[in-house]
Design a protein around this ligand. Structure first.
Ligand code: IPD
Length: 290
């Protein structure tokens, strides 16, 4: 029931705050930083320690629920229909290592592969984003004030990509199809003519897909696009964005697996109108996926 979801949200918030304290206390320069796929795909001892804390707290509180985490993913493990906690202990690990304060812990609950509760907490700015399906999305700022998202309660219409601030993440891949997609998209979006004569205001790469979703939910970014992020990066942000009136779509037309395993995500802020037009124009920029 709804009250269960509220108590789950409260549990996730307190776990996220505990994880945030661990991140603030850590000195990533002395962590044993391992690299996963290549030297820009990092994991620190803090990523692992936070995930261990999160999974043991959640297993104790909700022993019947599944757990899927970035750092403890089992071979072949997939998101299923059973209630599942999805955890990214540090989204924006590279930011964390470099001391760039755009890093968050991202915790979600999915039911039937759809996020129903989402919590994204950036301890470095003490900003907490939360949502429960059907109950709206909220941002609690450093000073304790709580804002219903989006920040502007009557968000203006979108007129395609013209004038949009677009976030694109680069991820850790340095070659291959997702890398090709990102470079092509960047070039197209930043060239004056290719978007049907429209010009985007600019593009941003914050280093955290979870926070990008939250910024789109807040309305401070108009569109977020990434081909190649993972369920744990965007699951909590997904519900936060939808509850703020935003839309999540496939990052390219066709062959999208809506079970959160497609790895191709396009997010558009809440708007009086024009969301579909933005999606069409983004797809137009992409052309055929290579
Ligand atoms: C990464 C970040 C990055 C995005 C990658 C993600 P991580 O998450 O969100 O912005 O481009 O696709 O994997 O590895 O820092 O948790």
């Amino acid at each position: 029931g709804a009250s269960d979801l509220v108590s789950i949200k409260d549990t996730l918030v307190s776990i996220a705050q505990e994880g945030g304290d661990m991140m603030l206390a850590a000195d990533p320069s002395v962590d044993t930083s391992d690299s996963k796929r290549n030297s820009s795909d990092r994991v620190t001892a803090t990523d692992k320690a936070v995930e261990n804390m999160v999974s043991s707290r959640l297993r104790a509180a909700y022993p019947d629920f599944e757990f899927l985490g970035e750092e403890t993913l089992k071979d072949g493990q997939k998101l299923g229909d059973a209630p599942t906690f999805v955890c990214d202990p540090i989204d924006g690990t590279l930011n964390f290592i470099h001391g760039f304060p755009n890093t968050a812990i991202s915790l979600a609950l999915t039911v039937s592969k759809k996020p129903v509760v989402g919590v994204v907490f950036n301890p470095f700015r003490n900003e907490l984003y939360t949502a429960i399906r059907g109950r709206g999305a909220f941002l609690q700022k450093t000073n304790g004030s709580i804002h219903k998202l989006p920040i502007r309660q009557n968000p203006t219409a979108l007129t395609g990509l013209n004038g949009c601030l677009v976030a694109i993440e680069w991820g850790s891949e340095r070659s291959g199809p997702n890398w090709d997609l990102r470079t092509d998209m960047t070039r197209k979006l930043m060239s004056a003519k290719s978007v049907g004569g429209a010009m985007v205001h600019s593009i941003r790469c914050s280093g955290s897909a979870a926070l990008d979703f939250c910024y789109v939910a807040a309305g401070s970014i108009d569109v977020f696009w990434e081909g190649g992020c993972w369920i744990w990066d965007i699951c909590a942000g997904w519900i936060i964005l939808e509850e703020a009136g935003g839309m999540v779509a496939s990052a390219n037309p066709g062959d999208w697996d809506p079970s959160l395993e497609g790895r191709l995500y396009l997010a558009v802020r809440g708007a009086a109108s024009g969301q579909e037009e933005v999606i069409e124009e983004m797809w137009g920029c992409m052309g055929e996926r290579k």
